[in-house]
Design a protein around this ligand. Structure first.
Ligand SMILES: [Zn+2]
Length: 127
């Protein structure tokens, strides 16, 4: 059926319009029953909480690997900007990229430390 208030199409068995939240259909419904929790006023956009990994990116830049860490910081910095611009998909992509590059930096940092460790052991063994 169609909402009498805004004209949006709704499932025949729905009691509230999915578009404007007005009650439709069965008029016998108790007036005191609250509308569904999913109802949000028109124009109100729910901004998902997307992590930007900025702290991790900065940490791996300092402690692990500078070049790849900077790439992670650049992506991390894009997340909040894209969120504010309403580009949810872009923010999510930047967030994923920041996470990936932070892990790459972390792995490289670990690898380099491991290499130093091996070289130090080799140096001790040769002494
Ligand atoms: Zn409606």
């Amino acid at each position: 059926m169609y909402c009498s208030s805004c004209g949006a199409y709704n499932q025949d068995d729905s009691r509230y319009c999915g578009n404007c939240g007005k009650r439709i259909g069965d008029e016998e419904v108790d007036e005191s029953s609250p509308p569904p929790q999913t109802y949000s006023p028109p124009g109100h956009r729910v901004v998902p909480n997307i992590p930007n990994y900025l702290v991790q990116a900065i940490l791996v830049t300092i402690f692990c690997c500078l070049p790849t860490g900077i790439v992670a910081i650049v992506f991390a910095a894009q997340v909040s900007g894209k969120l504010q611009a309403g580009d949810i998909d872009g923010a999510r992509r930047a967030s994923n990229n920041a996470k990936t590059w932070a892990w790459v930096s972390f792995g490289l940092g670990l690898g380099i430390m491991f290499l130093y460790f091996i070289l130090a052991l080799a140096g001790l063994a040769a002494a």
